[in-house]
Each structure stands twice: as C-alpha cells, then as structure tokens.
Design a protein around this ligand. Structure first.
Ligand code: BGC
Length: 786
C-alpha cells in the first residue's frame, strides 16, 4: 500500500466510525424524539434532546446581514432585531462580479452570526431574476446562472469559513412573489436545468452548504417541499448534497410526503402537530422508519457541526465591517452613462483619489444635491431580509464631507415614505425650491428611486416606472441646468428610456446597505473608480422584457414560455434593443483588449487568455467577460451565453494577460432524453468583451464533445437512423439490398425525397402499400443497430 492509499484508507475508516456512531445515536432515540427533531421549537430554533446531548440550534435571516430578533419572531421583518451590519443586498453584490470580494462579505457575515450565537444564516438567495417585476429581485444576484452560482458559492465559502452554516435558497424556481406559496412554475427540463437549477448545482457541488432551503412554490405541479426528484434524486443523488434540507418558513403543506421527499427540517414550529403525524405514519407502517432515521442522522450531524462551530467568545469589529460595507457598496455601483466625462466631480478629497481623464475642470462652483433619497437613504428592501443597521450613512453628509471647498446646497424635491414633510403646499413648493437650487448650481446631483413600499418580499412590482413626481422634477430641472447627474436608488431595474439620454450621467446605486451613502460619494468624487457591471439587463420597456406576457401567470400556474431566452439570452438572440445591456458598466479609465487565445487544459476545460490594458490615466478595474456560442449547434441555444468572467485591477498603463477558465460544464447543455449534460462536438465561438454587446475579440475552437448516441427503435425517424453511427450503416445495407425491388426503396436515392422522409419514423414506412421494409426487417435492424 503506498502512502496515498494508506491516508485514503485511514480517512475512510474515520468516516465509517463517524457514520456508525451517528447510527447508534439515532438508534438510541425513541420514535417521538426522532420526530421531534424534524420541526422547529419556535420561530428560529430547533428542538434539543438533552437526554442524549443533541443541542438546539439557532437559524436566522440572512442574507446580507444578521437579523436576530429580540423577542418572539416573525419572518416578515416586522419585529425588531439586534443591530448588525447591513451589507449591500444581493443586487449590489451581484454587480461586483467579484467572488473574492463577496467571499469577504460572507466571512464578515459569519463573524457577526457567530457573535450572536447563530448557527445557520438563511442565505444566500440565488434565484434567477426572470422578470424585472419580481418583488424580491433586490435579494437575488443576477439573471444569469454563472454569475449567481460563482458569487453564491463565494458567499457560502466565506460564511462557512467562520463556522456558520449557509442556507442556500430558495430551492427552486422561486422567481416571483405573486401566489408564491402555491403557484406552479411550469418549466421545461432544459431551462429548468440550464437556467434555474444551474447555480444551485454549482454552489452545492463546490461548497456543500450546511443547509438548502426548499421554496414555497410548486414546480411542474409538485410542491418543492414534496418533490422527491428535486430534493433527493437531483440534490443528493446527482449533486452529492450531504446537508440538511430545511423548509422555507411555512412551506410544508403535507408533512409526511415532504419527509419522504427528503425535507428534513420543517420551520418554524408546528406546535407538535406534524411531529405527531410522522409518529402515527411510522406506527401504522405508511412511513418507513428508515426514512425518518436518515433525516434524523442529518439533523444530528448539523447540530454537532453547529456545536463545534460555536464560539462563546466570538465578537466582531463594528467599524471594520462598516468600512467593508462601504468598500463593497462602492464596487457594486454601476456607472451607466457619463457623457462628456462629467464625472468624477472635482472635490476636496478627489485629489487623493482618481481624477477624471480628459475632463475639463470647470470652475468648481456649487453642487446642488436634490432628492430626499440623498438625505433619507433607501438602502435595503422590505421583508425577511430587513436588517437593523449598526449605523447609517446618508449620501448628502458624505458628499459634503468629500466636496472640500465646494459649496453643497440641498433641496429634497419630493417626499418618500413620510420622510421630509412637504407641508400644505406640498409637491409644488418642493419642486419649485429644487428647481431654484438647481438653476444656481454648476452641477446637479439628482437622487431618484423607487419608494420602499414598491419593493418587498411578498408581492411583485406592477410596473418599472419611477414615481411621476420624480420624473416631473427631472424634466423641470433639465429646463434650467443640463449638467445633471442622476443617482438611482432601486432594488429592481427601473425604466430609463425616455430620459436617460437627456442627462449627463447615471449612477445606478441600487440598494447599497448601511454604508451606501459614503460609497456614492466615493464614486461621485472619484475616490472609487466605478467597476460595477450590470448583472441584469435594463430593458427599454417592460413590454420588451423576456418573461413579459408569461409573468406572473394565473390560476395557479406560471408558464416559463420563454424557455432558455431569459434576460440577455433573449434580448441578444432576438437582437432587441435595450437601455443598457447585461455586463455593461463604465469606468473613469479605458481598457484596451488584445487578441484572445485559447487552450484546452489538462482537465479538459478551456483556458481563455486575453491581454487587457488600462489605456487611461487612472487606476481601474475591468470585468472581462467570456461569452460562448455554438454556431452549428444541433439543439436550440441562445445566441451566446456567459461562460466565464474575471475582475482585474489595473494601474494606469498596466497591461495584463487575463486568464479565464471556462469549464466544460458551463458550456454543456442538458439532454432531456439522455438525462445528462452534453458537451456538443463541433466548433465553438468564444467572444471576449466588456458586456454582452461590447465584444472586443473572438476566437474559435473545435471540441470533440461527448454527444450521446441514443438507442434506435421503430419510432426513431429515418433522419435519426441516418445520423446514428451503426444505424446508418445497417439501414443503408438494408435499403441497398431491396433497391432493386422498387416500391419505396428508391426514395433514398433522391436527396429531396430523402430529406422529406427524414422526419418519418421508420416503423411507419413498413405500413405503406408495397413497402419493401417489413416489421420483421425493422425488428432485425433495431437489434443490429443497438
Ligand atoms: C422567506 C425566506 C426567509 C424566511 C425566514 C420566508 O418568508 O421566503 O427567505 O429566510 O421567511 O424569515
């Protein structure tokens, strides 16, 4: 035995011992004790079995902060929670396209969770942004499964590195809030696998989250909580998940079938009702006790893990986490437009940061900051993810701090959520005052955004419009000052068409967490050179969005009729115009791309290399994106799909060859008949660029692929027979042998006829009058071909 084998054998023995000990502990429990472990003790904790030393553990939201409620509990963010750092919500994390940064956020979340005695933090949420109307898009990362998967994995990695478990949610196909507890998401297998499950697959296989949270909704008619195919066959069987499946809060409709499907832990408490149902089913034999035992073993393992991770001394540095929240928020901001290089603004601190390239420095007159959102930040969404922040920075104060000698004048312009009293004369007075302020300033920084009540867990948005009072304000300001920089505060995209090309700059500020105000000021003054990129397309109009007409469904069903054409996959395939494409984001510097080259690595994956140069005068970050397409694909595919990306920091003048790994798994498609992922053989076009519509260099490569050879039968078409390596030979021989006999046999000789016949199942030919191919002959061909 060589040393490697010895180590492997020792590891196996240790694992066997641990499994045996776990089995013994399960066996030492009564049926009632086992059932008791499968549901919560209250809103946030599990039950203990003190007699055998199984501790209770504490789970709480998630995902961008620790929402540990002080007393009692609710899952809608209503009751107060202990102060915690409100990091940028997923919408901003997604825009960073930077797994290293997101991993640091995960680690910080882990530290705060540990300090609060939280064993499992309920996040990240990695559902795909299918429609811009989803009320919870602010809690999700992207419309693309690669971005969602890579960043979701990074967050889990960081969190779990601190001995705190993640709960990957909401598994699966939870892409809307409308009727979320019942609606059936009806989706075909290819989009299901290639779009909606793909990010989950990546995070589970790479990071083994301690728990996966099953969603409320049904998938093709079956509740996720009762979907054995989803929770057991795919999650555990195919992906090798070893952790605990926990229900979303209140997602269990039928406890015993859910347990049988693979749902281990029902949350929150059910008052013992469902535990009794499990006991009764085990007693009357309708539930195999081994199913319960398997869940209980996983639950004990989770409790042990939590216990091992717990640290009574754990604490965290509130200031350091606030600083991290600011850094990350700055990286999540997307500069959508910067006409004439109006940004960055000249200010006191800007001199120490980056300065705009080629910007004519104006007389540095007054800055008019307009909009209540500058003073009253909108920094997170409503619902279960709502954090009680340790502090909160307003952009107005931070702009003043960085403006140095420049005068900053403020006018609220409009009210939000009762903030900023408009008085009796209301909107008209606020508008007039704002216009006067804007007219006298050298530059206007105008904060616009969505009112908090429009974006929340629990319901979807109805439109993409900014409030009319805000767009009226914008119009009025543009009458008196053309130098307008719009800063947006919104969790989901808003319609920009109609005004985007009339303003000088647009800073997409999303919801940025508690330190977002400082981050906005950093970007405005160039202390931070923006590097955020859109992780979701901004359509021209709602009507253009790819799920339009098929969202949010009705009568209990939502049909995912757009198939694979979600987000940019749809816009780019159809050549539809958008306001800003997926992957877009400007910088205060420029990046030049050299020619991309490619090689196949030892592991079979592709390695794309491309020289990228910072050709501007200030340091900056580029997010290099790799899109792949299969021009001659045998299956329907979007015109291209993101297959790799990397965020790189470059000093002015610096040139770096950026290597990006493209896993074959990320360019494979799911073959529903073969029941597996397939890398097509043939030529691949690889596009490298700065957005899905800004491709700078391309390369081609041929791959051998692993196309499946499906068995033939009488129902297989003549076309399928002719495409089959053995089928084509045996059929050809058979046809040649009967060719002289006339009848239908001559048909293959004529290419036009052969093409027409290609879609005909071979068995049907036998039924034709005078057919030389008999049923017996077909049976022989089938036997010979397979
Ligand atoms: C949400 C979950 C959340 C849970 C607990 C549910 O309503 O869908 O995301 O983790 O409540 O608050």
């Amino acid at each position: 035995m060589n040393p490697g084998d010895e180590a492997g054998a020792a590891r196996q023995t240790t694992q066997d011992d641990a499994a045996r000990r776990l089995d013994e502990r399960v066996a030492s429990l009564t049926l009632e004790e086992k059932a008791s472990l499968t549901s919560g003790a209250d809103f946030w904790s599990t039950k203990e079995v003190a007699r055998v030393g199984i501790p209770s553990i504490f789970l709480t939201d998630g995902p961008h902060g620790v929402r540990k409620q002080l007393a009692g509990g609710d899952h809608l963010g209503l009751a107060d929670s202990v102060p915690a750092t409100c990091f940028p919500p997923a919408v901003a994390l997604g825009s960073t396209w930077d797994p290293e940064l997101v991993e640091r956020v995960g680690a910080a979340l882990g530290e705060e969770a540990a300090a609060e005695g939280v064993a499992v933090l309920l996040g990240p949420g990695i559902n795909i942004k299918r429609s811009p109307l989803c009320g919870r898009n602010f809690e999700y990362l992207s419309e693309d499964p690669l971005v969602s998967g890579v960043l979701g994995a990074a967050l889990v990695r960081g969190l779990q590195s601190r001995g705190v478990g993640a709960s990957l949610k909401h598994f699966a196909v939870n892409n809307q809030e409308t009727d979320r507890l019942r609606v059936s998401a009806d989706v075909d297998e290819r989009p299901l696998r290639e779009i909606y499950l793909r990010a989950f697959q990546r995070v589970v296989t790479e990071e083994q989250p301690w728990t996966v949270m099953c969603s409320y909704n049904r998938i093709n008619g079956v509740y996720a909580s009762e979907d054995r195919w989803l929770l057991t066959d795919v999650l555990r069987g195919e992906w090798g998940f070893t952790g605990v499946v926990v229900s979303d809060w209140g997602a269990v409709a039928n406890r015993v079938p859910a347990l049988e499907a693979g749902l281990d832990l029902e949350m929150p408490a059910s008052g013992g009702r469902t535990d009794q149902a499990i006991v009764a089913a085990a007693r009357d034999g309708s539930l195999a006790e081994s199913v319960l035992d398997a869940s209980v073993a996983r639950l004990i393992a989770l409790a042990d893990r939590a216990d091992a991770g717990a640290d009574a001394e754990a604490s965290y540095d509130v200031d350091a986490h606030h600083a991290l929240a600011r850094e990350v928020a700055g990286r999540g901001i997307v500069l959508l437009r910067n006409d004439g290089g109006i940004l960055p603004l000249e200010g006191g601190a800007a001199a120490e940061g980056v300065a705009a390239e080629g910007v004519a420095v104006e007389g540095a007159g007054a800055i008019a900051v307009i909009g209540e959102f500058a003073r009253t930040p909108r920094y997170q969404g409503a619902g279960s993810s709502q954090i009680n922040p340790t502090r909160l920075d307003a952009a107005l104060d931070e702009i003043r701090a960085l403006a140095g000698h420049r005068e900053v004048r403020f006018a609220p312009g409009y009210t939000v959520g009762g903030e900023g009293d408009a008085g009796d004369d209301g909107p008209a007075r606020l508008l007039a005052e704002a216009v006067t302020t804007a007219a006298e300033a050298e530059v206007v920084v105008l904060f616009l955004g969505l009112p908090g009540e429009e974006e929340s867990e629990g319901f979807d948005r109805e439109h993409l419009e900014l409030p009319a009072v805000q767009t009226d304000l914008l119009d009025a300001i543009l009458q008196v000052n053309r130098r307008v920089v719009v800063v947006l505060s919104n969790g989901g995209v808003v319609r920009l068409s109609g005004w985007a090309d009339r303003v000088a700059a647009i800073v997409e500020g999303w919801l940025l967490g508690q330190a977002g105000g400082g981050a906005i000021a950093d970007v405005l003054f160039g202390v931070v050179n923006p590097s955020g990129r859109l992780a979701e397309s901004i359509p021209l109009r709602l009507e253009d969005s790819t799920a339009f007409g098929a969202f949010p469904g009705e009568f209990g069903h939502v049909r995912y009729g757009e198939g694979l054409l979600v987000g940019y996959r749809g816009y780019d395939t159809k050549g539809a115009e958008v306001s800003f494409p997926f992957g877009h984001g400007l910088s205060y510097t420029r990046f030049g791309y050299g020619d991309a080259t490619m090689e196949i690595g030892a592991d079979g994956d592709l390695r794309v290399s491309v020289p990228v140069e910072n050709t501007g005068a200030v340091a900056g970050r580029e997010v290099v994106q790799v899109y792949v397409s299969v021009p001659e694909s045998a299956v329907s595919r979007p015109v291209h799909e993101l297959a790799g990306f990397r965020s790189v920091e470059l000093a002015p003048g610096e040139r770096q060859v950026v290597d990006i790994a493209v896993r074959l798994a990320d360019i494979a498609y799911f073959h529903p008949l073969a029941g597996r992922w397939v890398v097509e053989g043939g030529e691949y076009l690889v596009e490298v660029g700065a957005s899905s519509r800004d491709i700078r260099t391309t390369a081609r490569i041929a791959l051998a692929g692993d196309d499946p050879v499906l068995p033939l039968d009488a129902d297989s078409t003549i076309g399928e027979w002719l495409a089959h390596p053995i089928g084509s030979v045996v059929l050809g021989q058979a046809m040649a042998s009967v060719a002289g006999e006339g009848g239908e046999a001559g048909m293959f000789g004529d290419p036009a006829v052969a093409r027409m016949m290609a879609s005909m199942p071979l068995g049907r030919v036998a039924a034709f009058p005078g057919s030389p191919i008999t049923d017996e002959a077909i049976a022989q061909l089938v036997a010979a071909a397979n």
